[in-house]
Design a protein around this ligand. Structure first.
Ligand SMILES: [Zn+2]
Length: 707
């Protein structure tokens, strides 16, 4: 197909509109009439399937042989396959926002997973299609893409209803089959198009823990096992589309938001480097009636082109993928950036320009690769290609790379931080001559190892590793955060506070998370005012966690009305409803309304349906029983709490105190032994000694005084 009559940019728009919108709709909108569906090939569903962290070269559609993906292969066979598609950021949130808005990061303003929010007023695929009469839905699988970051309001229905409360942000995820089930439910309920759906699976992201049968089949390569699991998860969606007759009419974009390092250049995961393994992503475009199926396109494209294609809008940097598939070769390089090293690690940010021959990475020591000859990017050929380098460096200078202040820190939050004495400066925002990430990647891997040791319950080893990393990289904000957690686990609470303070000082965009952790430490220390002040900094970003910690602080200091207010806000959060009910039961206990308290706790327990009881459920029961004078039941309940949550020192203390008060001194000592074993550190000894003195047993307390 040759289309040389119209100027290029108009061609993209025209082609995109012709393919993706019903002809009658275009005519109707000219005449101001309601759109009508007249053609089977138009007005069909528009669906984006995004498989997080999926390296293009690990898919059979791109030549990989280590994994079987029958569903993705079949979709690729019905699609245009882009062989050189690039993400603009190797990070989930900014990458998806670029794809949905057609804007590069500096333009849409979301530069990192943490610390930035999407402005729902920016035109996006869902908002544009919605204005054209499409119903719009989404289901996502990662906390990073939760609706509260600004994506929720631009869809009619944005399904992020999964447990968002435990683990680090990378760990909070919903299994693919569950997310796909939500998508199928919504699509089936719609019945007739036009509709747009955005489906996001998190499977290949760490931790690599595929379910059976993939766990066994891919034991030697669990990353591939995750890819196979994602493939299997998508199967039912494709089946549903086919059985309902929608598949042929559908436009389906299959993509990933970034790749995964897997150690190729020293990085295990993603976010730091901009080599091909991090930003080269799979991209298929299945058109209605499988138009152009089997076309393989070598021309480099970017995820912003998905927006240009689906929204029919090429005013930004994107061009229509259909035009490119028809042979257009736009004169451009695909831009990518990562601010992650600057924000989290105190290292230089990186930027890249890639086409189907060259891959340029701007860094303190710049790199140039001839990817046509050297796709693994083993040899930097910058010295032999000075002219290419100089042209690319010049082109790079035309891209806006300034790092704006984080948007997720509102003026109000900034004021709260200042009031607490933080934000003396923001060195990471303005730092010059920062280290080159490729010279420091070993420290990143030591940092990850520290995280693993911490998860294995070996905080002392984590502290040693982190001390080493921080010695060389004192502005490594993430290492300070994990150091805070390690000290917290080790019971060195004052040192934990110091470490978190470093994070806040270094990277204000990470302040909410660090301040929330500090509030938990202050709660443990019984410093309730500081607990609440720090929690408030995180209120906007982590409303549920903040409500919970503030409620607990108020419960501890007896401000019961405040507790009820916070607990009420937890009732609307499915992931925290039980926590809210437990807190209310504790209020009723404090009010001596024991029957009411017991009824609430029984209701929470009845609703568990075999799941692990939430923290404090048994503790609250034990407290209730003890106050009501039923010591045998109290001992059972506190025992259950400590078995399930050995980190709950208050439960150990209550158990030991009951033993001591009932004359079982040996049992009391044994209980405290178990407590300090599960919660090492001076503060646990001090807690034991303090509790015994409070009940007048100075004789027993002496052996627990910290030395
Ligand atoms: Zn991602």
């Amino acid at each position: 197909v040759t289309v040389d009559v119209l100027p290029m940019r108009r061609i993209h728009a025209t082609l995109a509109l012709a393919v993706f919108l019903p002809a009658a709709f275009l005519l109707a909108s000219c005449r101001g009439e309601a759109p009508a569906r007249t053609s089977s090939r138009s007005g069909g569903p528009v669906i984006i399937i995004s498989i997080d962290t999926l390296r293009a070269d690990r898919l059979p559609a791109y030549g990989a042989t280590g994994v079987e993906t029958p569903v993705f292969d079949a979709l690729a066979a019905d699609s245009i396959v882009f062989e050189n598609a690039y993400a603009h950021v190797p990070l989930t949130l900014p990458s998806h926002v670029s794809m949905l808005t057609g804007k590069l990061p500096a333009e849409h303003g979301v530069r990192n997973n943490l610390g930035y929010k999407f402005d729902p007023g920016i035109p996006s695929i869902p908002s544009i299609l919605k204005a054209r009469g499409y119903a719009t839905g989404a289901a996502v699988s990662s906390y990073v893409l939760r609706g509260a970051v600004g994506l929720g309001p631009v869809f009619d229905r944005y399904d992020d209803e999964f447990d968002q409360k435990d683990g680090s942000i990378g760990e909070i995820q919903r299994p693919g089959p569950e997310t796909v089930a939500r998508a199928i439910e919504w699509i089936t309920a719609r019945g007739e198009p036009p509709f747009f759906y955005f489906l996001h699976l998190f499977e290949p992201h760490t931790p690599y823990t595929p379910p059976e049968p993939f766990r066994t089949k891919y034991e030697a390569s669990p990353y591939d096992g995750e890819i196979a699991a994602a493939d299997a998860a998508i199967g039912p969606l494709i089946e549903t589309l086919k059985s309902s007759g929608l598949y042929d009419r559908s436009t389906i974009v299959f993509m990933s938001d970034h790749g995964e390092g897997l150690g190729d250049h020293g990085e295990l995961e993603h976010g730091i480097f901009l080599y091909r393994e991090s930003i080269h992503v799979p991209l298929f475009l299945k058109l209605p009636d499988n138009e152009l199926a089997g076309t393989r396109v070598r021309t480099a494209v970017g995820l912003v082109d998905v927006f240009a294609t689906l929204a029919g809008d090429d005013a930004g940097p994107g061009v229509s993928l259909v035009s490119v598939a028809r042979g257009e070769r736009p004169d451009r390089r695909i831009f990518a950036e990562t601010m992650y090293p600057r924000i989290h690690l105190g290292w230089s940010d990186l930027a890249a320009l890639a086409d189907d021959t060259w891959h340029y990475i701007e860094a303190p020591t710049p790199e140039l690769y001839d990817v046509a000859k050297d796709p693994a990017q083993k040899s930097n050929v910058i010295a032999e290609n000075r002219r290419v380098y100089s042209a690319l460096r010049k082109e790079m200078a035309s891209f806006d790379r300034t790092l704006a202040a984080p948007k997720a820190i509102s003026d109000e939050e900034a004021a709260k931080l200042t009031a607490l004495g933080y934000l003396g400066g923001t060195p990471i925002m303005h730092g010059e001559s920062l280290p080159d990430p490729k010279d420091r990647i070993g420290d990143m891997n030591a940092f990850l190892e520290a995280g693993t040791r911490l998860q294995l319950g070996r905080p002392g080893e984590a502290i040693d590793l982190l001390a080493n990393v921080l010695d060389r990289n004192p502005t490594f904000a993430d290492a300070w955060t994990v150091m805070g957690k390690a000290y917290q686990e080790a019971g060195e609470l004052e040192k934990a506070l110091e470490a978190y303070t470093q994070t806040i000082e270094l990277a204000p965009m990470l302040a909410p998370g660090a301040a929330l952790s500090m509030s938990e430490v202050y709660l443990k220390l019984g410093r309730f005012d500081e607990c609440i002040e720090h929690a408030e900094i995180a209120r906007e970003i982590h409303p549920g966690a903040v409500a919970l910690v503030v409620a607990r602080a108020n419960l501890a200091r007896g401000s019961l009305a405040e507790v009820e207010r916070e607990a009420a806000s937890l009732q609307t959060d499915p992931a925290r409803r039980a926590d809210g009910q437990i807190i209310i039961a504790q209020v009723r206990t404090a009010q001596k309304r024991y029957d009411d308290a017991l009824a609430i706790l029984n209701a929470v327990a009845a609703g568990l349906e075999g799941r692990k009881p939430p923290a404090n459920l048994w503790f609250a029961r034990g407290d209730l029983m003890a106050r009501a004078g039923n010591m045998p039941e109290a001992i059972t309940a506190f025992g259950e709490e400590t078995r399930l949550y050995p980190g709950n020192r208050e439960a150990w203390v209550r158990l030991a105190v009951i033993h001591a008060l009932s004359g079982s001194e040996a049992a009391a000592n044994e209980t405290f032994e178990k407590m300090v074993k599960a919660n090492p550190g001076r503060s646990s000894y001090a807690l034991a000694a303090g509790a015994l003195r409070q009940i007048g047993r100075a004789d027993l307390a002496a052996r627990w005084d910290p030395r």
